[in-house]
Design a protein around this ligand. Sequence first.
Ligand SMILES: *[C@@H]1O[C@H](CO)[C@@H](O)[C@H](O)[C@H]1NC(C)=O
Ligand SMILES: *[C@@H]1O[C@H](CO)[C@@H](O)[C@H](O)[C@H]1NC(C)=O
Ligand SMILES: *[C@@H]1O[C@H](CO)[C@@H](O)[C@H](O)[C@H]1NC(C)=O
Ligand SMILES: *[C@@H]1O[C@H](CO)[C@@H](O)[C@H](O)[C@H]1NC(C)=O
Ligand SMILES: *[C@@H]1O[C@H](CO)[C@@H](O)[C@H](O)[C@H]1NC(C)=O
Ligand SMILES: *[C@@H]1O[C@H](CO)[C@@H](O)[C@H](O)[C@H]1NC(C)=O
Ligand SMILES: CC(=O)N[C@H]1CO[C@H](CO)[C@@H](O)[C@@H]1O
Length: 580
Amino acid sequence: MRLLQVLCLLPLATAFGSSWYHNAFPWQKPLSGSTVNGVHFPSLLDADLEDLAAGLEKGLFTSVDLVTAYTRRILEVNSTLKAVTQLNPDALTIAAELDAARSSGAVKGPLHGIPILLKDNIATADKMDNTAGSYALVGAKVPEDSTVAAKLRKAGAIILGKTNLSEWANSRSKNYTSGWSATGGQTEGAYYPQQDPSGSSSGSGVAIALGLALASLGTETHGSILAPSDANNLVGIKPSVGLTSRYLVVPISEHQDTVGPMARTVKDAAYLLSAIVGRDPNDNYTSAIPFPTDQPPNYVSACDYFALGGARIGVPRNLIELDDQSFAPILPAFEKALSTLRSAGATIIDDLVLSGYETLKKENFSFESIVMNTDFPRNLASYFSQLTINPHNILSLKDVERFTHSDPREEWPLKDTLAWDRAFNVSSTTSDAEAWGNYTALQRYAGGAEGLFGTLRRHSLDAMVLPTLWSTTLPAVLGSPVVSVPMGKYPEDARKLKNGYGNQWLVAPGVPFGLAFMGERFSEKRLIGLAYAYEQRTKVRGQVRPYLVPRTEVGDVVVGKGKGRGTEAKDCTGIAERKG
Ligand SMILES: *[C@@H]1O[C@H](CO)[C@@H](O)[C@H](O)[C@H]1NC(C)=O
Ligand SMILES: *[C@@H]1O[C@H](CO)[C@@H](O)[C@H](O)[C@H]1NC(C)=O
Ligand SMILES: *[C@@H]1O[C@H](CO)[C@@H](O)[C@H](O)[C@H]1NC(C)=O
Ligand SMILES: *[C@@H]1O[C@H](CO)[C@@H](O)[C@H](O)[C@H]1NC(C)=O
Ligand SMILES: *[C@@H]1O[C@H](CO)[C@@H](O)[C@H](O)[C@H]1NC(C)=O
Ligand SMILES: *[C@@H]1O[C@H](CO)[C@@H](O)[C@H](O)[C@H]1NC(C)=O
Ligand SMILES: CC(=O)N[C@H]1CO[C@H](CO)[C@@H](O)[C@@H]1O
C-alpha cells in the first residue's frame, strides 16, 4: 500500500510546489530484489539482461512470469505516467513458446524470452498498431515487421508493447509538450512529480527507467533517444545513420533518422544494438556499413572496464558556453566526470572550440531545417505508400494535416500544426539543388575542419564528451553516433525550471542527466567501451531514484501462481479503486 499512498499524495505535493516529499518517504530506498521463501529474485527496477537470463536458465522464473510481472508494473503506473500505449495481446503466448523452446534446449541467444518495448513509430505486423501517436494511423497495418522488430524477434526477444512519444516524433508543431500524443495522452517523468519526460522517445525513457521491460527501442532525428535517456537516468545509444534499418519506421528525415536502444546499463544497450544492426535492402543507407554482414562488431565484448586507459577525449566547451545557462547546475557533475575519466587513464584535451557550430547557430540552424523539411513530406509519403490497411486513406503530410484538423481528439488548434505548414512551404520552394547546397553546407560546418570530425582527427581523439543536453545537434546532422550514460541529478538547491508551456518540470531536484560520448561515424564499439568504463566506475543510475516505483516483482508472480493474487494495480485513479 505504500505506492498507493505516494500516488495519492502526489497532487497535494504538487500543489505545494515544494520538494519536501523527496526526502519525506524514507521507504523509497533502492529496491534490491526480493527474497521469497528463501529464494532471491532480481529487482525489476534495476535487473539487467544477465540477471534475467540467469533466472530463466536456472528455472527461477519463466518468460511467462516476466511478461506477467512487467504487464502488472505497466498497469500500476500507467494512468499516472502514460508511458505505455499498447500491450501486445500475444505476448503471453509468445513467452510460452519461448519457454517451451528453452526447455527443449533451443535458446536463440541472450535475448531469448526477454520482454522489450518499442516506441510507437516502429511497426510490427501483429495485433498492435503503429500510430506515431496519431489517430490518423490507428488501425493502419504494415505488410511485415519493421526490420529492427524482425531482428529482435529473431534474437528471441518478446515485443511486449508500444511506448508513448511526442506525437509524430515531435514534428507536428512547437506548441505541444514532450511526451504528448493524441492516442497516448501526456507522458510524465518518474523522478519528480510532473517531470517533463523529454522526447520524443518519452514513453521508452520513462518505461525503462521504472523497469516496465528490460529495454526499449527509440528513434532519433535530433536528440530523441539522447534527450529522454538523459532525463530518465538511462543509457541511450544513438547509432550512426545507416547502422540500423529504418524500414517500416515512421520517418522524418532519411538523412538523420536512426533507431537505437534505451536501456539501464551500457551492456544491455550493447546487447540490443548487436541484435538490430546490419544491412537491409529496404534501407539503402545501411549499405554504408563498413563491416561485412557476417562480422558485425561485438558491442558486448567492447564493454571493458579498462577501455579508458590511454584514450584521448576532447571537450568542446564552446557548445556549452553558447547555450543559455539555465542548465548550469549540471556542470559540477560534468567536472567530476572529467576527473573520473582522467583517473581511469584517459587524456582530456579541454577547451576545444568548434566554431562551425557557432556559424550554424548564427544561421539559426536553417540548413538543418531545410534538409529536414525537404525530406519530411517525401519520406513520410513513402512510408504511407507501404501500408496494407489504411483506414483514413492517409497518403501524404497534407492528408495528415487534414485529418488532424478534423478529428477533435487531435486537439487542434490548441496544439497547432505550424511545423507542417513550414515543411510544405520549404519543400515546395526549395529545389533539389538548393536542398543539396544546404546539406553540404551543413556537413561542412558541422563536420569539417571547424566541426566535430575535423577536430576529432586534428587532435587524434577517440571521442568527445559533453553533458548529453549539449551533445545532440552536431551528431544529428552528421549522422554520427552518441552514447549517453547517467552522470548525476540536479541538486536539492537547483533553481527549478518549467518547460515552455509551464506544465512540467525540466529542472528540479533529483531529475537525472547524462554524459555523452560522441565520435566518428560507425565508431559505436569504441564509444560503448568508453561509456562502459565510465559507468562501471561511477554507477550513477543506482544513486538516482524515481519518486514513484511500481511494486510488482517477478518473485511475487512466481510465488503467487495459481493463488489468484490480485496485485495488478495500486494506482489511485486506476483499477485499484474498483477492486477496493
Ligand atoms: C496507458 O494509459 C493510457 C492513458 O490512460 C491508456 O490510454 C492506455 O490504454 C494505457 N495503456 C495500457 C497498456 O494500459
Ligand atoms: C538511396 O536511394 C535513394 C533513392 O533511390 C537515393 O536518392 C539515395 O542517394 C540513396 N542513398 C544512399 C546512401 O545510397
Ligand atoms: C536568426 O534569427 C534572429 C532572431 O529571429 C534574426 O534576427 C536573424 O536575422 C536570423 N539570422 C539569419 C541568418 O537568418
Ligand atoms: C498553440 O499555438 C496556437 C496558435 O498557433 C494557439 O492558438 C494555441 O493557444 C497554442 N497552444 C498552446 C498550448 O500553447
Ligand atoms: C507558409 O507560406 C505562407 C505563404 O507564403 C505564409 O503565409 C505562412 O506564414 C508560411 N507558414 C509557415 C509556417 O512558414
Ligand atoms: C538553402 O535553400 C534555400 C531555399 O530554401 C536557398 O535559398 C539557399 O540558397 C540554400 N543554401 C545553400 C547554402 O545552398
Ligand atoms: C491506442 C490507445 O491505447 N489509445 C488510448 C490511449 O490513451 C487515450 C487517453 O489518453 C485513450 O483515449 C485511447 O483510447
